[in-house]
Design a protein around this ligand. Structure first.
Ligand SMILES: Cc1cc2nc3c(=O)[nH]c(=O)nc-3n(C[C@H](O)[C@H](O)[C@H](O)COP(=O)(O)O)c2cc1C
Length: 419
């Protein structure tokens, strides 16, 4: 019986353990988590979601404070079109986060940054160009473009000196999305170095509608693998979404995938950026505690714990501080939903907004508990302690369990609790 360790992912000159820890914003897939994946010979992702805030917390900068101060007078204004990012700040924050992570890298693996294109930042093209170029400047090994994939993104950095040497990949959930991207980029003569195929059981935003349950990762992986072969395109395919055991992973590696991208099992590790009490929420979750809803202002369905404090919260939009979801015209669906509720409840201090959420603020504060479908199985991956909590895992333990397990077995950690 094969193990994941019997396979290798070849990316250019790099021979890697075919395990990719997926990007989880905002700083849920921390540098510490990504560094462990790289040290163990796989690929780890950091994320550039809310990069100015992440830099402030990690490096003692004050980008968010400065932005808030600059736009203070706009806070009660429904029109956010004037709230722009300082591109110099975005560049500096990205260079700090990426640069420090790369300096700390050990081992033979790689570190990529996950760039969600739905973070349109009231200026989609110019902000994305700065995010991508600064990550390349700071030495990132690769960039994974996700959520809201824009067909012209590669061309934004086509003149960057590292455009052909850094690894560039995309996340798609259908063959059609991949075909469109490849067609649109044909003139750049620069194919993606890898394609993550994300199915409907993943965490974060989904590339499916509310009919997500009718799709299945294996069918999509087979379809895309067959098309790549037919077109003689040698682009490694990385399967993602609901791969919970090493045996699940092996079945995809035998089915045309060259690696797997996993995330949910790492949400309960020490290195994950979620606060410890939230990690316990993930451990405790049962299947009926998880839903796919449409509260994300991005328009994409998102999977999360039903108990997420973000659901129903009616906080004032935080665009003057964050504003990562403002579109090219300075609009965000949460602003409209919030203003509607304020107008319906004049004078009320207790506003609830159920249809949308202020995703920037709530992700920043770890109040939107997005998670993969199999979060309810996390309790089977550790020990329950005498106080009723679960023992956190190390990223190394989870990584190696994916790498070496057989027969759907999940290795439990050594018990740390004293008798
Ligand atoms: C807590 C959490 C946050 C996530 N955030 C992002 C994100 O910011 N960007 C992204 O492209 N994918 C995100 N994802 C998706 C993962 O990178 C990954 O592709 C997917 O969850 C893999 O499936 P699994 O969680 O079942 O292993 C997130 C997943 C989780 C669990």
């Amino acid at each position: 019986m094969k193990r994941v360790d019997d396979f290798r992912l070849q990316l250019g000159s790099h021979e890697l353990v075919p395990i990719v820890v997926g990007g989880m914003g905002v700083d849920i897939s921390t540098a510490e988590l990504a560094l462990e994946a790289a040290r163990l010979g796989g690929i780890g992702h950091i994320s550039d979601a809310l990069i100015t805030d992440v830099a402030d917390r990690r490096f003692d900068t004050s980008f968010v404070k400065e932005k808030t101060k600059f736009y203070k007078l706009n806070i009660d204004n429904a029109d956010k079109s004037s709230v722009k990012f300082d591109l110099g700040h975005v560049a500096e924050a990205t260079r700090l986060h990426v640069g420090r992570t790369m300096e700390a890298k050990r081992g033979s693996g790689l570190i990529f940054v996950n760039c969600m294109e739905k973070l349109t930042m009231n200026g989609p093209a110019e902000t994305l160009r700065v995010r991508l170029a600064s990550a390349l400047d700071a030495g990132i090994d690769g960039i994974t473009l996700s959520a809201g994939l824009h067909l012209g993104s590669f061309s934004l950095i086509a003149d960057h000196p590292r455009f052909r040497d850094a690894k560039l990949g995309i996340i798609v959930s259908s063959l059609r999305a991949l075909q469109l991207f490849i067609r649109k980029n044909a003139r750049l003569e620069r194919l993606p170095d890898y394609v993550v195929v994300e199915g409907p059981l993943a965490g974060g935003h989904l590339g499916f509608g509310l009919d997500w349950a009718q799709y299945d990762l294996r069918t999509i992986v087979r379809e895309i693998a067959a098309w790549l072969e037919q077109e003689q395109l040698d682009i490694p395919l990385i399967a993602a979404g609901g791969i919970f055991t090493g045996t699940d992973a092996v079945s995809f590696l035998e089915d045309g995938a060259r690696a797997v991208q996993v995330a949910t099992r790492f949400t309960v590790t020490h290195e994950c950026g979620l606060p410890d009490d939230v990690k316990q929420e993930y451990f405790r979750a049962n299947e009926e505690d998880i839903e796919v809803n449409t509260i994300s202002p991005t328009g994409y369905p998102m999977r999360m714990l039903k108990s997420s404090p973000a659901i129903g919260s009616g906080i004032r939009p935080g665009c003057e501080s964050y504003g990562y979801l403002l579109d090219a015209k300075g609009q965000c669906a949460y602003i409209d939903a919030y203003n509607r509720e304020v107008a319906l409840h004049p004078g009320s201090r207790d506003i609830h907004v159920w249809d949308k959420t202020c995703l920037c603020t709530h992700m920043r504060n770890f109040k939107c508990w997005t998670c993969g479908h199999y979060t309810y199985r996390l309790k089977d991956t550790s020990h329950r302690l005498t106080d009723g909590s679960y023992q956190l895992l190390t990223a190394e333990h989870v990584f190696r369990d994916y790498q070496f397990s057989t027969d759907h077995r999940i290795a439990l950690p050594e018990v740390l609790e004293e008798a």
